[in-house]
Design a protein around this ligand. Sequence first.
Ligand code: ADE
Length: 231
Amino acid sequence: MTKLAIMGAMEEEIEPLLAHFDNVNKVDYANNTYYEVNHNGLDIVIAYSKIGKVFATLTASTMIQKFGCDTLLFSGVAGGINPDLKIGDLIIADKLCQHDLDITAFGHPAGFVPGGAVFVETSKELREIAKVVAIENNLKVIEGTIATGDQFVYKAEQKNFIESTFKADALEMEGASVAVVCDALNVPCFVLRAISDTADMDAGFDFDAFLKTSAVNSANYLIKILEKLQK
Ligand code: ADE
């Protein structure tokens, strides 16, 4: 690893990460701001993409192609599907899918387009490191499937579709895009989320109430993983 990308989707998701570093250099590019830091000799670029798959794809591609990042870590919040995931709990994605990608009219499975795959895996090596860090710090972390789509999910019908079709444990709006970009460009990828809501009728309210605290849970764990990567 020579240059690390750390991404979130919203300002609240990267603010606790930025607060951890001094001497942040701001670079404006492609209608976004990229924050460069050097931490114990490692160059890191931090950015929030803005919400959704298109902005996440743009930011992940930019961090890799323009800034030269060769490993990407994502930190943020998600809606929980797996009943073991309570608000504040942590999930690392072993694989991700796009729950709103639908050409089933042509006989393809949900989430599939020719040339792609329903599921994209993240880096096993990074997940193993994260699991060691979780054990060392007594953190409860679930490893599972994250489903991504350009929808804030709060209706039972949407949540049930995603759960039954993809067996997803959590859902959000960016992870699979980042995983697709990293997979195509051969960059190890890690997606971490803390639960802000359970994608039900209270989701809008819970998201507003728990975005900040859950984003901090995710960021604190990510920083511990970073320290481990640098050892
Ligand atoms: N991120 C956090 N909660 C979410 C939800 N309910 N739907 C989509 N993305 C989310």
